[in-house]
Design a binder for this molecule. Structure first.
Ligand code: BTN
Length: 266
């Protein structure tokens, strides 16, 4: 996905984003750092994590180098999206952090449903869709302790298209936006509070059922790639670590990362 500022001019500008307002809306004690523009809130969190002693939320109105999974870019025009990264200390639950992306999907889904009465779905593993188009991407990155090699912090990056109308050519047919949300601060605070709550209960894996309920791939025939070869399977379950259980011609298999596409029935 490429950055294209000329497109953002045509998009509907939203309310301002303000660190103090977000802070007031938060139920949890989270430091909030706001940027009119930054390369990437995830990259910035990585740069400064050593100086952060409490949960810290990095929020931007525009990203010049928004990053997605698998080395992709994330289109992040000014005024029309929400780009946020929550930096958390996870030293106490590092074994459960494997499913943080799965848990975050549920946090975003619940915030969207509660605030806007929409019906978003999850495309395994990290994408939130609305009406079969991508609304939101999630990029979770772990920071490992240099001595213990255990995960000590996690950066949970979330990008949501709020009122973007004109997407660059490479994503215009597959991306969508909420189109109507005017209070990015409220959405930002709700998602962050949801994440704090869910990280206290990661061990229970209660959120896996919620994830399954909103999955747009379970029961569908999918394409997945193995050793550079595209194969066909049926998506049948999500395991307790957020892996996708698929039925292949050679039996059951669990995908833990990568990308799938849903096969359209002819
Ligand atoms: C994806 O679609 O593959 C994930 C996209 C994640 C985008 C968010 S926007 C806030 C944070 N900063 C980034 O550079 N990326 C994440």
């Amino acid at each position: 996905m490429s950055d294209n500022k000329s497109n953002s001019v045509k998009n509907t500008a939203l309310s301002t984003l303000n660190a103090q307002n977000i802070k007031k809306l938060l139920k949890n004690n989270i430091e909030v750092l706001y940027f009119d523009t930054i390369d990437s809130t995830n990259t910035h969190a990585k740069r400064v994590y050593k100086a952060c002693t409490t949960p810290t939320l990095f929020v931007a109105n525009h990203q010049s180098n928004g990053r997605g999974r698998l080395g992709r870019t994330f289109y992040s025009p000014a005024d029309t999206g929400l780009y946020m990264s929550l930096l958390l200390d996870v030293a106490d639950n590092s074994e459960d952090i494997i499913c943080i992306t799965t848990a975050t999907c549920v946090c975003v889904i619940n915030a969207l449903k509660e605030l806007y009465n929409v019906a978003p779905q999850i495309k395994w593993v990290n994408d939130i869709y609305l009406c079969n188009k991508k609304l939101c991407g999630i990029l979770c990155e772990a920071i490992t302790n240099e001595n213990t090699h255990k995960v000590e912090k996690v950066i949970i990056g979330i990008g949501i298209n709020i009122s973007t109308k004109d997407f660059p050519d490479d994503i215009k047919d597959i991306a969508t936006s909420l189109g109507f949300a005017h209070n990015r601060e409220e959405l930002c605070a709700k998602i962050a509070d949801n994440i704090i709550a869910i990280t206290k209960e990661l061990k229970t894996r209660d959120f896996i059922n919620e994830y399954k309920k909103h999955s747009m791939v379970l029961g569908c025939d999918i394409n997945y790639t193995e050793n550079g070869v595209t194969k066909v399977a049926t998506a049948i379950d999500i395991d307790r670590n957020g892996g996708l259980v698929i039925k292949t011609e050679n039996g059951l298999k669990t995908l833990s990362s990568g990308e799938i596409s849903v096969r359209i029935k002819k």
